[in-house]
Write a protein that binds this ligand. Structure first.
Ligand code: C2O
Ligand code: CU
Ligand code: CU
Length: 500
């Protein structure tokens, strides 16, 4: 719950002058800069998504059953909000599986329209990816299966229906997918789920007068929906009871368009230990961390007995011309941490974590360049039946990606983890030195990304690459590639997507 209605109205007034003559009330409203620092009541315990249950299947695989369903969720006083969820009414359970395990899913679509579930960050066959070519019709069940074959990391799942991804995600279809392995477990990082290893799906939402989600887009807006209320795991104004000296937070920017610049209310430093694709080589200490939509970070925070501190998003430097309208100047309180009088556990982090990316300096089979501008990549809009190119299995490629207009974009590649080799010719900052699958593209800078394509050849079924600001993706800022085996040529996308 929010305590400061009066101030907010004042904010609307200021912003309004800026956009007068423009569109509806929604635009008017969002012109205001939001500042909720010190203004959130933090009166609800942080909801922790349950761990998905599984059964063992005939072949020894772990079988998960996921039901996508409409429902109603009570986020605040008054009316419930119409939402979508997985095995519940909003968001979905956290899936957890180990490297080497075979997993199978029964994804049942109980909505009144087709949707899909994509496993973001997962290395798997294109036909199992849950992208735009694996939509599940309403009433249908989709049964992907694969063997988990990548290091421990915080991945996630969400719909990926071309043209409707933003809408389906905004309604609530999102969950975490944690991959475990022995190397990560041997490190003794905080790892008790929901106790000192805490999932945090951070999302912004706008509510209308009847407590329903509004997909309001700022006037002159270019990013898509920007909400003024922050939810973590579906909880508005959450607090978390800290019982250990160190707490690992698995942060996911699960918003459609909002950029977060995470920090704490007392500017304390914290340690980044993992990025999208897994552990860093060593912890990186910082007091701020950007996450654009789709990116994840695992951070470890140290607490003192009895203290209280808030996780917050600070104003950002990436705003550009329309920045104020699109939340870049906002300062938003996100979650309060309340430390108990005595805290247990270690206070020290391991000095060495995972294996650093190792793709610099090796053989490069191909270089490609990607320019993102005007809802297109290299001047082309996504077409479901066009495969943009094929890559060779077993090779490393370097992709140079540039954001060539005044708006925020990022870049996500399916199936692989990539290494950021350089940003404008210089070695990347520490948070970009680990494995990534999604990277924020600062205006005008050249990002050189190295990635190795291994396994899972299929000349006909493409993987996606795209901007993860969902409105841009839906509007066509996306392309498709296939992974080719020896002697194979780029094929033709199968026409039917019926998996019922
Ligand atoms: Cu998070 Cu193409 O997806
Ligand atoms: Cu993805
Ligand atoms: Cu974009």
């Amino acid at each position: 719950m929010r305590r400061r209605t009066a101030l907010k109205v004042f904010g609307i007034g200021i912003g309004g002058a800026f956009v007068l003559g423009g569109g509806g009330l929604g635009a008017y409203y969002f012109a205001a800069k939001e500042d909720t620092a010190g203004e959130i009541a933090f009166d609800t315990a942080l909801f922790i998504p349950s761990l998905a249950e599984s059964e063992s299947g005939a072949s020894g695989a772990r079988v998960f059953t996921l039901g996508i369903q409409p429902g109603e969720t009570r986020f605040k006083d008054g009316q419930a909000t119409r939402t979508w969820g997985v095995n519940g009414t909003y968001l979905g359970p956290t899936i957890r599986a180990r490297r080497g395990e075979r997993v199978e899913f029964a994804v049942h679509n109980g909505l009144d329209q087709a949707t899909s579930l994509h496993w973001h960050g997962m290395h798997l066959p294109a036909a199992m990816d849950g992208g735009p070519h694996q939509t599940v019709p309403n009433g249908g069940t989709w049964k992907p299966r694969w063997t988990i074959d990548q290091p421990a990391a915080t991945l996630w799942y969400h719909p990926h229906v071309h043209g409707s991804t933003a809408d389906h995600m905004y309604r609530g279809l999102t969950g975490l997918f944690i991959v475990d392995d022995e190397d990560a477990e041997a490190l003794k990082l905080p790892s008790e789920y929901g106790v000192d290893d805490v999932p945090m799906i951070v999302q912004d939402r706008a509510f209308d007068g009847d407590n329903q989600f509004e997909e309001r887009v700022p006037l002159a807006g270019s990013l898509g929906v920007i909400g003024d209320e922050i939810l973590v795991n579906g909880t508005i104004g959450p607090y978390f009871d800290v019982t250990t000296r160190l707490v690992r937070l698995r942060l996911l920017n699960g918003s459609n368009a909002r950029l977060y610049n995470f920090g704490f209310s007392d500017d304390r430093s914290f340690s980044l230990v993992a990025t999208d694709g897994g552990l860093l080589a060593k912890p990186w200490e910082t007091d701020r961390l950007y996450l654009s939509p789709g990116e994840r970070a695992e951070i470890v925070v140290a607490f003192k007995p009895g203290e209280r501190v808030e996780l917050r998003s600070y104003p950002s430097e990436y705003g550009g011309a329309s920045g104020r309208l699109e939340g870049f100047d906002d300062r938003l309180d996100i979650c309060q941490f309340r430390a108990a009088g005595t805290l247990s556990g270690d206070a020290k982090l391991p000095a060495a974590l995972g294996a650093a990316p190792d793709l610099a300096g090796g053989a490069v089979a191909a270089e490609r360049s990607f320019v993102l501008a005007s809802d297109q990549i290299n001047g082309r809009s996504m077409a479901m039946d066009r495969i943009d190119f094929g890559v060779r299995e077993g090779t490393v490629e370097v992709w140079e990606v540039t954001n060539d207009n005044g708006y925020l974009h990022n870049f996500h590649v399916h199936d692989v983890r990539f290494q950021v080799l350089t940003v404008d010719g210089k070695p990347p900052e520490p948070p970009l030195r680990g494995w990534k699958d999604t990277v924020l593209l600062a205006q005008g800078k050249r990002y050189r990304l190295a990635m190795r394509f291994s396994d899972h050849t299929d000349p006909n079924m493409p993987y996606m690459y795209h901007c993860h600001l969902l409105q841009h993706e839906d509007d066509g800022m996306m392309g498709q590639f296939v992974v080719l085996g020896e002697g194979e040529q780029v094929g033709v996308v199968p026409r039917t997507h019926d998996h019922s």
